[in-house]
Design a protein around this ligand. Structure first.
Ligand code: SAM
Length: 226
């Protein structure tokens, strides 16, 4: 099945939900259909994202007890990768069916049903690493901005927000869901929330044909010792 064919049901459900003013509602429906063997979740390829793996390889292993949060974790492969590298991982998704699958597959990860639009107050500035892969790009602009602000707020002092998302040039058409983001949109995710851009680059991934993706890391300045 081609990527477009896999995506057709997801796009139809997304269009319906967005028209109904419920842009988060379609994810659970798609996961339920997939569990019943009636649809395919296009992003659920049961492997850790290779760009995440490459980013983790380039950075130091976590200190003992360091906490990572995986946003929109789906069935959990990225959270499992983080846990295998020594992070104490919390993973969340708005879709209960995805969270149930993730928690069975990766019992070492704390899996929760929650929304990036309104994360639990206890998570505020609680994570040394917040990993956001492909979730902001499936949210319409208003929800994307709100989620980005909320996610940046979860980064602890000295911590990092890693964002991996589809990329487009300003002159390119906006495209269809999953919407590719221009550089200014990626920068704004961290920089409108008091984080500092530590790295930002566009790379081609390993899909066929390859897709251009942003890999961006934003850090919250550490608190001054007093
Ligand atoms: C495109 S998928 C990416 C999944 C995973 N991060 C990956 O890279 O394979 C987006 C995920 O975000 C979840 N999601 C969508 N809106 C969300 C929200 N507001 N809060 C939390 N999760 C959300 C969806 O259920 C879905 O699992």
């Amino acid at each position: 099945m081609t990527t477009d064919a896999k995506r057709a049901r997801a796009r139809a459900l997304a269009a319906e939900a967005i028209a109904a003013g419920e842009p988060e509602a379609w994810f659970e429906r798609l996961y339920q259909e997939a569990e019943a063997g009636e649809a395919i979740v296009p992003w659920d390829d049961r492997r850790a994202n290779p760009l995440l793996v490459a980013w983790l390889d380039r950075h130091a292993a976590p200190r003992l007890g360091a906490r990572a949060l995986d946003v929109g974790c789906g069935t959990g492969d990225n959270a499992g990768e983080l846990a295998s590298r020594g992070w104490a991982v919390t993973a969340f998704d708005v879709a209960p069916t995805a969270v149930a699958v993730a928690s069975v597959r990766f019992p070492e990860v704390t899996c929760e049903v929650a929304s990036a639009l309104d994360p639990p107050p206890a998570w505020r500035e609680a994570f040394d690493l917040v990993v956001e892969i492909y979730t902001l790009q499936v949210l319409p602009p208003a929800e994307r901005a709100r989620a980005a602000q909320a996610l940046a707020g979860l980064v602890a002092p000295g911590g990092t927000l890693l964002v991996i998302a589809r990329a487009r040039e300003v002159d390119d058409p906006p495209g269809a869901m999953p919407w590719p983001l221009v550089e200014a949109e990626i920068r704004a995710i961290g920089e409108t929330s008091g984080l500092v851009c530590a790295e930002l680059g566009a790379v081609l991934d390993d899909e066929t044909p390859p897709v251009r993706r942003w890999v961006a890391a934003f850090t919250r300045p550490a608190r001054a010792e007093g």
